[in-house]
Design a protein around this ligand. Structure first.
Ligand code: COA
Length: 152
């Protein structure tokens, strides 16, 4: 079957869909997401839409020359169809020329996401112990942009 997916900026009307998806996937409300929605960021917040329905989202920030992916998720039923990659690639394009790298944290137990990021050019640069509320560690991954060389 063929699915037509559009990647576009987040709009305030997407809030309910994004919050519902976040809670369904991560099993708890995310205060950061509420705060970001309230602040109505002008950029860095994008969604994937299929037939008028939000099926994925990515929230990123840019501070000085460091971009960060804070949140990304794709609806269960729409995974492994390239939607997550399209969201990340769209974000990479949007910070090109302004960011020297994109950084993110990923739960050490989240092998699926680590594989996903690795395929998109992110590399492991370190680990933060007890990063998550339940004590899980976070791996830090970085994707260098064109003017940045990783000494790894
Ligand atoms: C991580 C996530 C966003 C990936 O989205 P997606 O749309 O399924 O990703 P893609 O279809 O673009 O996958 C691209 C590649 O990443 C890798 N990948 C993605 N999901 C994977 C999995 N579950 N296991 C192993 N590799 C995986 C594969 O190499 C895949 O290519 P392939 O399908 O041709 O083999 C999605 O699994 C998700 O929402 N997970 C729950 C939320 C989450 O963990 N977010 C990250 C928090 S840091």
């Amino acid at each position: 079957m063929y699915f037509l997916i559009t990647i576009r900026p987040f709009e305030f009307d997407d809030s309910r869909a994004v919050l519902d998806m976040e809670e369904a996937i991560f099993n708890e409300p995310n205060p950061l997401l509420y705060a970001m929605i309230e602040s109505r960021p002008a950029e860095g917040f994008i969604v994937a839409e299929e037939d008028g329905e939000v099926c994925g989202y990515l929230l990123g920030t840019l501070l000085m020359d460091e971009a960060r992916i804070l949140l990304i998720a794709v609806k269960d039923s729409r995974r492994r169809m390239g939607i997550g990659s399209r969201l990340v690639n769209e974000y990479i394009e949007s910070v090109k020329g302004r960011a020297s790298m994109i950084r993110l944290e990923v739960r050490s137990s989240n092998l699926a996401a680590q594989t996903f990021y690795f395929k998109l050019g992110f590399r492991f640069i370190g680990m933060v112990s007890n990063y998550y509320r339940n004590g899980d560690n976070a791996y830090i991954m970085v994707r260098p942009m064109e003017n940045f060389t990783l000494f790894l």
